[in-house]
Design a protein around this ligand. Structure first.
Ligand SMILES: NC(=O)c1ccc[n+]([C@@H]2O[C@H](COP(=O)([O-])OP(=O)(O)OC[C@H]3O[C@@H](n4cnc5c(N)ncnc54)[C@H](OP(=O)(O)O)[C@@H]3O)[C@@H](O)[C@H]2O)c1
Length: 234
């Protein structure tokens, strides 16, 4: 089937851009979302303006993300899958021993938790029409406790969200997949993480496409992917 439509948030770089490339090669038409449409322009040019649509939206803003879903249906006539992937990571210390100013934490929490939740809320009515597929980017950080790590707590929330949405989706034909990457070489990671074993963004794109390509009767619930040699609890 070559007319399927996939919306990706956080599509301008990293995991989102790699998934857009793989999905385009598999025949999807793509709605690419990030806060800045200019940062999406090179990818639209690469994939072809007939196949890819750039949409500027902050996932933490209901009007913007629901508008992006509406614009996708208007342009392509349907939505078959949504990849709620946009995310941010900031260093935090709860004792104030370094880390960022607490005023900065709000944007990360809003993006990673509220943004993921309302991306799902915006996309699911459209996905229900196609018996579609929701994929969420969690993290290995959403499975283990880490010291001084609010990012990890936001990803625990995404783990919970995926389960809660899947429970509500029973009977709708909608499938829900939580992808939990270990360290991936993108702009998001710290210098310390950069010195450790890392995945390539395309490694996660392949995992997302594996879930998307399953028959409608197969709901891949969770995929955990670490680079070989990563500490199992980090
Ligand atoms: N890299 C890793 O090691 C790793 C591991 C596990 C999980 N993850 C998760 O993977 C996802 C993608 O991360 P990445 O590594 O690919 O990071 P990245 O290279 O920094 O890309 C982040 C993407 O999210 C977009 N974005 C950020 N805030 C946004 C917002 N409020 N609204 C809309 N778009 C927003 C960015 O575009 P704009 O700035 O233009 O908006 C960009 O396209 C995140 O959820 C992250 O937590 C990453």
């Amino acid at each position: 089937m070559t007319d399927r439509v996939l919306l990706i948030t956080g599509a301008s770089r990293g995991l989102g851009a790699a998934t857009a490339r793989r999905a385009a090669a598999a025949g999807y038409r793509l709605a690419l979302v990030s806060r800045n449409a200019e940062s999406l322009a090179p990818l639209v040019e690469e994939l072809g303006a007939d196949k890819a649509l750039a949409l500027a939206a902050d996932v933490a803003d209901w009007d913007q993300i629901s508008g992006a879903v509406a614009a996708t249906e208007e342009r392509f006539g349907r939505l078959d899958a949504a990849f709620a992937n946009a995310g941010q990571m900031l260093p935090v210390s709860f004792f104030g021993k370094g880390g960022t100013d607490p005023r900065q934490w709000r944007e990360m929490v809003l993006t990673n938790v509220y943004g993921t939740a309302i991306t799902a809320r915006a996309a699911l009515p459209a996905l229900a029409k196609t018996e579609g597929h929701l994929v969420l980017t969690g993290s290995v950080a959403g499975r283990y406790i880490r010291p001084a790590n609010l990012y990890s707590a936001t990803k625990w929330a995404v783990t919970g969200l995926a389960g809660s949405i899947r429970a509500e989706a029973v009977g709708t034909g909608v499938r829900v997949t939580l992808v939990q990457p270990g360290i991936v070489e993108t702009e998001l990671i710290t210098e310390e993480m950069r010195r450790k074993p890392k995945l390539d963004p395309d490694d996660i794109a392949r995992a997302v496409c594996y879930a998307l390509e399953q028959p409608k009767t197969v709901d891949v619930n969770e995929i955990v992917v670490r680079p070989t040699g990563q500490d199992p609890e980090r």
